[in-house]
Design a protein around this ligand. Structure first.
Ligand SMILES: [Zn+2]
Length: 242
């Protein structure tokens, strides 16, 4: 049985039998991995709380026939402590974990950009300096971009005509010019389009200058864009207060 080491964020845990858990991990080098943590639900478990969602861990795993087995776990960053203390951070963080699991569809396919984006997003969320909803929206747009669904908020998504444009259509991949506009296209405020671009590039100065009304409108459009690209949408997004 081969052993390997990797860093990971715990995305989800499920009970297995009397005392074990299956942990779903986003690892740095091996992409999404599901592994068994034996005895983890016993109070005497040597893993303690290290294999809880949001925690960044350094792991040793043993390759198994169907699922790998966690043999060692050391905490790198206990993001769950600060995220779990606050309802807005918790619901935003849960949506981030679910997105990471959904967008990294294949097990053991390296997804190093997704990993670094998730660690950075959880660190920002845990620090509590930025609006949790905006941290989530920025994470969602950037995750979709890494997954190959980068939205366009400047040039027309159809013909490339330089903007600014005011029509936004999730199915078309972003904003549309007057000639490419199709029925059923939303026309958000110009400030909202600017905010969406800032969330995608991580321009926090612009994000923080934008008022709650446009942030809310942007969140709705991000959710629509995400739903278009993720089948069935995100369960956890419905718990995020907007
Ligand atoms: Zn166009």
């Amino acid at each position: 049985m081969g052993l390997y080491r990797d860093e990971a964020v715990v995305l989800r845990t499920q009970k297995l039998g009397e005392a074990d858990r299956i942990v779903t991990l986003l690892t740095r080098a091996n992409g999404r991995v599901r592994a068994v943590a034996k005895g983890v639900r016993r109070t005497t478990s040597r893993f303690g709380a290290r294999l809880e969602p949001f925690t960044q861990v350094d792991l040793q795993l043993a390759e198994g026939r169907s699922l790998d087995v966690v043999t060692q776990a050391e905490t790198l960053a206990p993001f769950g402590q600060d995220i779990g203390d606050d309802y807005l951070r918790y619901t935003a963080g849960t949506a981030m974990l679910e997105t990471a699991e959904r967008l990294v569809a294949e097990e053991k396919e390296p997804a190093v950009q997704h990993y670094h984006l998730l660690v950075g997003g959880l660190r920002t969320l845990a620090a509590g300096q930025r609006d949790a909803g905006s941290v989530l929206d920025s994470f969602l747009l950037r995750s979709l971009a890494i997954a190959g669904y980068a939205p366009s908020f400047a040039e027309c998504a159809r013909c490339g005509l330089p903007g600014p444009h005011r029509s936004f259509n999730p199915a078309a991949g972003g904003v549309l010019c007057g000639r490419c506009r199709v029925p059923g296209t939303a026309t958000p405020a110009a400030e909202t389009i600017t905010l969406l671009g800032a969330l995608l590039t991580g321009d926090w100065e612009t994000v923080e200058r934008t008022g709650p009304r446009h942030r809310k409108e942007a969140s709705g459009l991000v959710a629509a864009y995400l739903a278009w690209h993720i089948e069935y949408g995100l369960r956890s997004l419905s718990h995020v207060e907007r």
